[in-house]
Design a protein around this ligand. Structure first.
Ligand code: OGA
Ligand code: MN
Length: 370
């Protein structure tokens, strides 16, 4: 601690910032040997198994949203991080492609909001998928074509649309939250002991291989006793989980495709960040074959070959993260009187300016997603 405080005096950087920069560094690359890999299933003093209640979610309800039976999930927590739960890929073989397609084809559609809306008209961002597929499904030869809208997608908001400028959600900026994503989140929250979870807001993040997500705390939701859920698809990433102070040195862990994190209890308000995207191993390539074995269910349909060509190409170089939040506690409502009509549109316009301010300027070659 004294050593860290001394180095902060020297560099002006807190412990979290130093670790963030270390894992973000390209040249020379950092030593990854301390990064926890829950998929390797080692439990020790620091990594503890978590016992979930297998009876909390019926096998049928789990399978309906593409999840294994809860008794087969492997869940862990970290000593010193109360309420943090890491579930290593609980998805049934072949069901991830559906969620990837939702993130790339369905969720960016209106009335949801995305980063491209900040500087483009609604007609231009009307159908990002259709406008992008013709370019994405056939690799360009020779000269680099302009990036497609899908490649320029950085975030999408669902439900209560997060206002990046005021860092708030508001009653008058809401569009229906996707039912299937609510169901998926509800089953996971229930298995982790949180009954009655209501998915009200989603922030989806789209990472290229050189993207990162800056150090932050998710505190805008009004009820912090409700968990925050996070899903990873595609390329892997390094996640840093710190404490309530920037001076608390964070723990680094890998997030692989299909992994789910639940942030609850004290950890719900801990600093965290994604300093680096790391190449996935076989698991992303395996999604291609797994998709064919998926029969399709009432909720999680099989993704068509035509759609999968685009999704597969995308996740072979990118990562998608869905975060799902309950904003209001049971019976709670937003404080204050509803603002006059037109207020919501103004919030949207302001968002554009804020994106730039939140972007990290550590390196001109990389960008933070938000
Ligand atoms: C977030 C977040 C982490 C991730 O959206 O608030 O922390 O894994 N995402 O991308
Ligand atoms: Mn977060």
């Amino acid at each position: 601690m004294a050593k860290m405080a001394a180095s902060m005096v020297e560099t002006g950087e807190d412990a979290f910032r130093q670790m963030f920069k270390l894992y973000k560094r390209r040249n020379p690359p950092p030593d990854f040997s301390d990064v926890i890999d829950f998929s390797k299933c080692v439990t020790n003093d620091k990594i503890r198994p978590v016992k979930l209640d297998p009876a909390a979610v019926s096998d049928g309800d789990a399978a309906n949203v593409g999840l294994h039976h809860v008794k087969d999930w492997r869940a862990f927590t970290l000593q010193g991080y109360p309420g943090f739960i890491f579930i290593t890929n609980p998805f049934l073989r072949g069901s991830q492609p559906f969620w990837v397609r939702q993130c790339l084809k369905t969720y960016p559609q209106k009335p949801n909001i995305c980063n491209l809306d900040m500087h483009m008209s609604p007609t231009d961002t009307q159908d990002i998928w259709a406008k992008s597929v013709s370019n994405l499904s056939c690799p360009s030869v020779g000269k680099r074509e302009p990036r497609t809208l899908l490649e320029r997608l950085r975030w999408v908001t669902l439900g209560y649309h997060y206002n990046w400028n005021s860092k708030t959600y508001s009653a008058n900026h809401y569009t229906p939250f996707p039912t299937e994503l609510h169901l998926l989140s509800h089953q996971i929250a229930t298995a982790c002991g949180f009954t009655g979870f209501n998915a009200e807001a989603g922030i989806l993040n789209y990472y290229r291989s050189d993207s990162s997500l800056g150090i932050h705390v998710d505190e805008s939701e009004l009820d912090h006793s409700r968990p925050l859920l996070s899903f990873s698809f595609g390329q892997s990433a390094i996640f840093l989980l710190g404490g309530t102070h920037r001076q608390d040195s964070p723990t680094a862990m890998y997030m692989h495709s299909g992994d789910v994190m639940v942030m609850s209890g004290l950890s719900r308000l801990f600093y965290h960040a994604v300093p680096r995207i790391v190449p996935a191993h076989q698991e992303v390539a395996d999604l291609d074959t797994e998709r064919c074995s998926w029969q399709g269910g009432a909720i999680v349909e099989q993704v068509s070959e035509e759609d999968w060509v685009v999704c597969s190409r995308y996740i072979h170089s990118s990562r998608i993260n869905m975060t799902v939040r309950q904003v209001l506690g049971h019976g709670q409502s937003f404080p204050g009187t509803p603002p006059p009509p037109g207020h919501a549109e103004q919030h949207q316009a302001e968002d554009g300016k804020h994106m730039k301010r939140r972007r990290c300027s550590d390196s001109p070659n990389t960008e933070e997603t938000r």
